[in-house]
Design a protein around this ligand. Structure first.
Ligand code: ARG
Length: 606
């Protein structure tokens, strides 16, 4: 069942594109060639290019010589790194990007860029808007995220998955990939037996009158109490599951009613956070699970284990349970059907699962088994498990309410709104903003800070949920960044320069890059494509947060030393430095592009 065997992935369409060039990427190509020509006997030589930590060492540096000296030594050739660096330098062809190369220290090659090239790239941003880096192939990516369970509370773990998944989708869409956003809702478990049995008792006329279940949570708890204490009820609950899975109309109806209640609650969260998802719950795979079982039986992949049918994969310590001893299917069965569907019917050539780190073994086993039985070919499909750590409260224990219950997400968002509102009043913004502007700012801060607090931490680690921390207006926080952005946007406005004038100026005015702080800012802005390329590899979005924060702090340094607008003692504008306003404009554009990916919604005034 493997996809056809051409070298390149048949589903990937080549993309031409004239995206925003990555300086690091170009330097990488230039030095790779220089190294190849200088040392043809070292085909594996690492090409190490990075931005210089200090402007006195140039703009970028090539640090390959040191490791190449090691590699040569292993071949019995003694060559000092400085000598290697020299030889590399001699092989660098003249090109439009580099103005100067200098060898320094142990064997570093310091690279000074041509400012003309920077001018060109920045001008492009102003005229054409922020473009993604050019990419070789367009993938069809299926991103599985959020994925809460019906009738159970959507908890902070699902919030993490929702926030991270949404940003991953936005990143990949920005890069031009074809993204399918999937909500793999848990809607087919055995919990439906007791829910339906309880529904029959409480709302016997549910077939004709829609049952007014306001609190599905409470309903679930009631059903669970009966299930655990009443043998007859338990038996009936099991019978209900069987009838549901046989798709008897009345039971499907009851199931749908229950799912709809949950669905509405989930959607309220998605609307507030501006999340887009398509629901393909576990139930969607019911028939496909039958096909999976058929396929596994035929291929002899399953074995019997105490009445269960299990499947092993090489190198995995735990087998999948495909069929339970009572004949039912499991979470494993549904994920086998699901992975097969995503590759063969959804035509995905890149599958991403944003699920808590505790499920990593589950997915490793699923993928290994799927590969073993021919559902996927790992050489043709990129698979990423995006795990994330648990959310902790400020007491460093698992995030819970005071009474020890799971925190309802809707309550959490409401508290965020309340706190953000207080913060704005504390800063006396209510005195300058209209009620509408204040409300927009409040929502922007509240939802922005919750998302950003999550995204700015390495997702692999656990993180402490603290409104106090996330609402701080200093440091790497959403509040700080949203303010900074709004302030940058207001610079031209306050100088009475209209967006039209700026657009005109972008065509015929040189962007100011002579001052050291101007050039420093430009270099950070131009790193945007290389940051995206890096994140696309490891899908660690906190690097984008670090980047946008660096943009903002570098901007402050620029703004502190470079006047954009000069005023006389009476406060009247006497001079507008258009070249610098353009640099402000480019900064705002790059920040806006980052905000879009991170799901932050800046407001015009705050
Ligand atoms: N519903 C699951 C949970 O809440 C997550 C589902 C993740 N996706 C999947 N294909 N298994 O833990």
């Amino acid at each position: 069942e493997s996809a056809s065997g051409s070298q390149s992935n048949p589903k990937s369409v080549p993309m031409k594109g004239e995206g925003m060039l990555s300086i690091q990427g170009i330097l990488n190509d230039v030095f790779a060639e220089a190294i190849r020509n200088a040392y043809p006997d070292l085909p594996e030589a690492p090409v190490i290019i990075m931005p210089s930590s200090n402007a006195k060492f140039g703009d970028y540096q090539c640090n390959s010589a040191m490791s190449m000296a090691q590699a040569l030594k292993a071949q019995g050739v003694k060559a000092p790194p400085r000598e290697i660096a020299k030889k590399i330098q001699d092989n660098v062809p003249s090109n439009p990007l580099i103005s100067k190369l200098e060898i320094a220290g142990a064997g570093f090659i310091n690279i000074t860029l041509k400012k003309e090239f920077g001018h060109e790239l920045l001008k492009n941003i102003l005229i054409r808007g922020v473009q993604p880096p050019p990419s070789e192939v367009k993938h069809r990516v299926v991103v599985d995220f959020s994925s809460p369970n019906i009738a159970k509370e959507m908890h902070v773990g699902h919030l993490r998955s929702t926030i991270i998944g949404e940003s991953v989708c936005r990143l990949l869409e920005f890069l031009g990939h074809d993204v399918v956003r999937v909500n793999h809702v848990g809607d087919w478990g055995t919990q439906f037996g007791m829910l339906i049995a309880h529904l029959e008792d409480k709302f016997p006329n549910f077939r004709t009158v829609s049952p007014p279940i306001a609190d599905l949570q409470a309903f679930y708890k009631e059903a669970k109490v009966r299930f655990d204490s009443d043998e007859d009820f338990k038996k009936r609950a099991y019978a209900c599951v069987v009838k549901l899975q046989a798709k008897q109309p009345d039971y499907i109806k009851a199931w749908q009613l229950i799912c709809d209640v949950s669905r509405k609650a989930f959607q309220a969260i998605y609307d507030r956070l501006d999340i887009t998802l398509k629901e393909y719950g576990e139930s969607f795979y019911h028939e496909r699970m039958l096909d999976v079982v058929e396929h596994l039986k035929k291929g002899g992949y399953m074995e019997e284990d105490e009445g269960r049918q299990i499947m092993w994969a090489d190198g995995c310590k735990i087998p999948l349970t495909i069929i339970k001893s009572d004949g039912g299917f499991t979470y494993d069965t549904s994920d086998m059907a699901c992975v097969r569907y995503r590759v063969h019917e959804e035509n995905g050539d890149w599958l991403i699962y944003v699920v808590d780190a505790g499920q990593s073994t589950h997915f490793e086993t699923i993928w290994a088994c799927a590969e073993k039985c021919g559902f996927i070919d790992k050489r043709k499909v990129r698979l990423d498990f995006l795990g994330f750590g648990v959310v902790l409260g400020e007491d460093k224990k698992k995030f819970k309410t005071r009474s020890g219950d799971t925190v309802r997400l809707i309550d959490l968002l409401d508290e965020g709104l309340k706190r953000a509102g207080e913060k704005l009043v504390e800063k006396e913004r209510d005195k300058v903003l209209s009620p509408e502007e204040l409300k927009a700012a409040q929502e922007s801060v509240a939802y922005g800070c919750i998302k950003y607090a999550d995204l700015s931490h390495n997702r692999n680690h656990e993180y402490v949920f603290s409104f106090d921390k996330m609402l701080e207006d200093k440091g790497n926080t959403a509040v700080y960044l949203l303010y900074a952005y709004t302030r940058i946007c207001s610079i031209s406005r306050n100088a009475n320069v209209s967006p039209e004038q700026l657009r005109e100026a972008a065509k015929n005015t040189e962007i100011s890059l002579d001052h050291e702080k101007e050039w420093n800012l430009a270099k950070v802005l131009l790193r945007f494509p290389e940051v995206l390329v890096k994140i696309t590899k490891d899908l660690l979005l906190h690097q984008l947060c670090e980047f946008v924060y660096e943009v903002s702090t570098t901007f402050s340094e620029f703004y502190d030393s470079c006047y954009c607008v000069e005023k006389n003692s009476a406060g009247e504008i006497v001079k507008v430095n258009m070249g610098r306003l353009l640099l402000c404009e480019a900064t705002a554009s790059i920040m806006a592009a980052c905000f879009h990916i991170l799901g932050l919604k800046p407001v015009a005034k705050m």
